[in-house]
Design a binder for this molecule. Structure first.
Ligand code: NAP
Length: 279
């Protein structure tokens, strides 16, 4: 099985490692924009060779696109133009706009939209790690528009690296990910900015940062090149989640201003119900 990965960063590089570790692929070709990224991916043993896009696609059984999501709307039609009968997938965090971009392409059925829901706050080929995907969920979107045998093959691929599979339509996917993934990044970026603005003393932040602060602010280390395109493509869902979040912050502030600590207690008890869902 030869797999071509376009965009060898955290997700593309980690896919390369897992696909080889678990024996699903025996030859991995990388396609990269910057020569230094290509060099790093070779040095780290993530890929066997680096080729130009057209050549890499011709040699592949499966093409995985793992660049920032804004590129998908232009690169996927190009890749679908170039393939014979290979499978093409992307791994993006947004789905509706991407699928709309190739909805009427004659090779649409060769494409499977996937979101392996695993990650870290780091990026680039150096961030790639073994077993990033083990015991995590992969969502396949609008799978009824893909060839059934290709959907089965991609399910097998993700299962081979330890993932569970869920099916969802792209509209629901984008709404749910705004709640469970995109808003947490906004909160983390905002918290980091708040602390950096108010606490100019970097040494104090470093010395006093407790595990609570560190875990809440972790996602603020994430790459803007990855996240700005995600917020742009999922703008409406993110804005409506943001409205709800701001309302909760205002409610919290109102209770503090009114010295309403009993009500604040009830507010937190309500929030504690998350324990029942996330143990
Ligand atoms: P990343 O570590 O920054 O990797 C993206 C890679 O894409 C970079 O190595 C970059 O390489 C390459 N790239 C950018 N433009 C390119 C182009 N025009 N042609 C070829 N390669 C190009 O980002 P990531 O976190 O892996 O994210 C990749 C995708 O996975 C995104 O669509 C994201 O939505 C999705 N995803 C991310 C997470 C997460 O937690 N981070 C989780 C699930 C899914 P160069 O240095 O050569 O530009």
């Amino acid at each position: 099985m030869t797999i071509t990965i376009v965009g060898i960063g955290l997700i593309g590089g980690s896919m390369a490692l897992s696909l080889r570790d678990y024996g699903f692929a025996n030859h991995i070709i990388g396609v990269s924009r910057r020569p230094e990224t290509a060099q790093k991916a070779l040095e780290l043993g993530l890929v066997d060779e680096i080729l130009p896009l057209e050549e890499a696609i011709k040699k592949a059984d499966i093409v995985i696109v793992a660049t920032p999501v804004d590129l998908y709307v232009t690169i996927l039609p190009t890749i679908l133009d170039l393939i014979d009968n290979q499978i093409v997938i992307e791994v993006g965090s947004t789905k509706k706009i991407v699928i709309d971009a190739i909805r009427n392409h004659p090779k649409r059925a060769n494409f499977v939209a996937t979101h392996p829901m695993a990650g870290t706050e780091y990026s680039g080929p150096e961030a790639a790690i073994h077993d990033l995907f083990k015991n995590k969920l992969c969502v396949l979107c609008d799978a009824e528009d893909s060839k059934p045998e290709f959907v089965t093959k991609i399910e097998e691929m993700y299962q081979s690296i330890g993932m569970r599979i869920a099916f969802m339509n792209s509209t629901d996917h984008d709404r749910h990910t705004a709640y469970i993934s995109h808003i947490s990044h906004i909160c983390s970026f905002a918290l980091a900015l708040t602390v950096l603005e108010k606490e100019k003393d970097e040494e104090a932040i470093f010395n006093l940062a407790s595990t609570g602060f560190e875990s809440t602010v972790r996602l603020a280390k994430s790459n803007p090149d990855t996240w700005v395109p995600i917020f742009r493509q999922n703008r409406d869902n993110v804005l409506s989640v943001l409205d709800e979040y701001i309302n909760n912050l205002l409610k919290f502030k109102g209770l503090m201003l009114a010295d309403s600590y009993e009500k604040l207690h009830e507010f937190f008890e309500e929030a504690n119900k998350i324990k029942k869902i996330l143990k």
